[in-house]
Each structure stands twice: as C-alpha cells, then as structure tokens.
Design a protein around this ligand. Structure first.
Ligand SMILES: Cc1cc2nc3c(=O)[nH]c(=O)nc-3n(C[C@H](O)[C@H](O)[C@H](O)COP(=O)(O)O)c2cc1C
Length: 152
C-alpha cells in the first residue's frame, strides 16, 4: 500500500478545509499513511508541476447559485481547475470529491461533476457542507481504494 495520500483542493470559507483536516486525522489514525494537503487558495494563482498521484476536493460556487435562479458557471474556485490543467497535472489526479449545499437543488456539487467531464477522472463521492463523521469514514475508504487501483 502507498504510504502517502496527497490532497489538492480549494476551500474559500473553510468548510472543505475542516473536512480535510478531519479526514486526514482519521486516515493517519487508522492506517500507516501520511496525508499531505494543499489548499490552492494559498497559492495566489501560481501553479507548478505535480508528478505524484493526488485526489482533489472541490466545493461548488456557481453564479446565480441561489437555488432560485439556476447557474452553471463556476466562479471563485476556477483556480483549482487552472492548477489541475497546468503542467498536465490532471494526469496524476485519480478522482475528485465534490461538496456543496443541498439548498442548491440540482446544482448540488455540480462543479465537481463538471470537472469529471473536463478532465476525465471519476467523481469519487460527494458530501454536504462540512460533512459528517460517516462521510469522513466512507470517503477515507474510497480514496484509499481508488489510489490503490490507480497505482496498479
Ligand atoms: C455564492 C455561493 C454560491 C454557491 N453555489 C453552490 C452551488 O451551486 N451548488 C452547491 O452545491 N453549493 C453551492 N454553494 C455552497 C458551497 O459550496 C458550500 O458552502 C461549501 O461548503 C463551501 O466550501 P468552502 O467553505 O470550503 O469554501 C454556494 C455558496 C456560495 C457562497
């Protein structure tokens, strides 16, 4: 088993960051794995080449996204897509986890679904807002399994 999991994500208001902190603690406490994570928000628009497998997390921020007027244009989080697209980094991404708020109806977690079409990697799972402990456990298992398959 690989002894490292790399997470490249974006979190603007902190919900996804909080989820990833709990996820990392859970993975490290229950496996012989070190988790490394990077919030693309902190890169201030710079990119670099990633040459090891990683998993991505993307909350949805869509224009017109108030649950009444439907929007499907990604705003605010596009830096994650720019980072994944740069240097062919998408080749090392083995999947994405989407998050959002169910109040947005059919737009719930839509950005992550859009990335699966844009980059041709799978949607591993989704969770709402800060997630639950059962989301943490389920998503931890899915990521570990998915990385093992990717490395085969
Ligand atoms: C302006 C705005 C637009 C949003 N649009 C969507 C949306 O279209 N679909 C969705 O599922 N959630 C939407 N959300 C909810 C966020 O995805 C959710 O709050 C998420 O947990 C934010 O993650 P972060 O705190 O890591 O930035 C929106 C939130 C804001 C503030």
């Amino acid at each position: 088993m690989a002894n490292k999991i790399k997470i490249i994500y974006i979190s603007l208001s902190g919900n996804t960051k909080y989820f990833i902190e709990r996820l990392s603690e859970h993975i490290e406490a229950t496996n012989d794995i070190v988790v490394e994570s990077l919030n693309v928000k902190d890169l201030k628009g710079t990119t670099f080449s990633v040459t090891e497998p990683f998993v991505s997390f993307l909350p949805s921020y869509l224009n017109g996204g108030n649950g009444i007027h439907t929007g499907d244009k990604e705003v605010l989080t596009t830096r994650l897509g720019d980072f994944i697209a740069s240097n062919d980094n998408f080749k090392f991404c083995y999947g994405i986890i989407g998050s959002g708020n169910r109040n947005f109806g059919s737009q719930f977690c839509l950005s992550a679904k859009q990335y699966t079409e844009r980059f041709d990697f799978p949607l591993i799972d989704i969770f709402e807002i800060r997630g639950t402990q059962s989301d943490v456990k389920r998503i931890a298992n899915l990521i570990i399994r998915r990385q093992e398959e990717f490395l085969k």
